[in-house]
Ligand binder design. Sequence first.
Ligand SMILES: NC(=O)c1ccc[n+]([C@@H]2O[C@H](COP(=O)([O-])OP(=O)(O)OC[C@H]3O[C@@H](n4cnc5c(N)ncnc54)[C@H](O)[C@@H]3O)[C@@H](O)[C@H]2O)c1
Length: 286
Amino acid sequence: MARTIVVTGAASGIGQALAALLTRRGEHVVAVDVTSGDVVADLSTRRGRDDAVEGVLDETGGRIDAVVANAGLALPVRETVAVNHFGAVDLLTGLRPSLAASSRAPRAVVTSSMATLLPVHAPLVEACLAGDEDRALALAAELEAAGPQAAATIYPSSKRALSRWVRRVAPLPVWAGAGIPLNAVAPGVVRTPMTAAMTATADGRAALDAVVPMPLGGYLEAGQVAALLAWLVSAENTHVCGQTVHVDGGSDVLLRGDDVWSWHDADPGTLSPRTGVATTHVPVAT
Ligand SMILES: NC(=O)c1ccc[n+]([C@@H]2O[C@H](COP(=O)([O-])OP(=O)(O)OC[C@H]3O[C@@H](n4cnc5c(N)ncnc54)[C@H](O)[C@@H]3O)[C@@H](O)[C@H]2O)c1
């Protein structure tokens, strides 16, 4: 029996490719976008997000099995924070009770970005994580006014906050405890309308390649990201929890290197600052 899967940003690019893939696989897709779809709503405003949640519940009778919060903007403006962070978080939070009621493999995923690895504006990330949209938008407006270099931190900040929110809430009783895997994907450069102007010229490609090295496979097509999103919301995904899964041709490993475990080694035997769980190695019989 078809599962009902909500996809935001379904009118273009990755979301459109995902909606087509899921439909081909026999799933029932509810397309949400500001331009067209089953539910037309503007995720950049609180009112628009309430309309989106209400529209999805009307459209489905409250029976949904997965949500893909994918809509996004990559412009160096405050709306980018509103859509990318608060649009995703508020939609997922609003639809979570319906997901929890699903008996058909409830799942949730957001589209983050490899841009989480680029320079961010820490106070903006913290304001997002604190759920303080007014402060986040005010900070983004300041960055916008401060010029292109400062404004360039807006998009990475919105995605860093989103990936951190996923890590923060995914193991909680309301997500993991309710049997709902919540994860993120982090694409490298994907050929969609979002990047078309940049990938169209040699100068644009050189600028992209300087910050997003992709030794494996070059630029992505939208369908290649859609395939990963589709797996993360499938019944096959039973235990991936709170991860930001990079589908970036190698950007993450090149930028962060091979040792992302140093926090553990610094003082073996200490407790995790967040959970109090011992981080000491447990000897494993081989
Ligand atoms: N293209 C890339 O290289 C790339 C890389 C990493 C991450 N991403 C992320 O992937 C996601 C999809 O991007 P894409 O490349 O398919 O771009 P796209 O521009 O082709 O599609 C984005 C979709 O989001 C919708 N959207 C924008 N603002 C909205 C709003 N206020 N309310 C509702 N819908 C809104 C747009 O109408 C559009 O249909 C975004 O979150 C983006 O940040 C893209």
